[in-house]
Design a protein around this ligand. Sequence first.
Ligand SMILES: [Zn+2]
Length: 214
Amino acid sequence: MPIYASYAAPVPFELCGGHPALDLVNSLDNRSAPAGPKELLTDYEALLRFAAEEGLLSLQQVRGLSRAVSAAAASKVVRSTRELRAAMAVVLYSTAEKRSPTVGEIEMLERHFVAVERPRQLIWVTRASGEHPRLRWQWRADQVKAAEFPLWVIAQEASQLMLSEALGNVRECESESCQWLFLDSSKNHTRRWCNMKICGNRAKARRFQERHTG
Ligand SMILES: [Zn+2]
């Protein structure tokens, strides 16, 4: 590899899932390819970048974590994030294929979702603008600098999606060579591709070819 390659800016994540939880699942690309999947969440820096691109971490938080977190803590968090992703994928692919996950599969996910409760505190919010006061979860001040923080914000997003009605709108891309998940928020729930420009056009081109060579 030429030496300057290491200075190249990393390729941004393709966030076409329509939700951070689904984009996270898609970060293990080519899941069932014979040659094996392709890991896009390569290290802690990639995890920070992913969370920032999703708008879940500020640039300042990314810089702070990148500087402060030890290599050992960083690799532990990456491992945990991949475990969360695996637990989510099992349930999400079941849902997309209209199957019920097993009790064991749900328990695996539960472990990760329960872990997100600990670094949060319940606060009472009063607003000056005339809105009703209400309760809200907030990250504890001492926890936002923890190595696990990017994992927690993603897990929280995932639990919000997976415990909501929107779970029923999770779909798997119809392209044969793509297994990416996306949230179908189209009006009539007719979206078929993770990315119309890539998978949709590829399918259109294939149909065109079939019609003209048959
Ligand atoms: Zn696709």
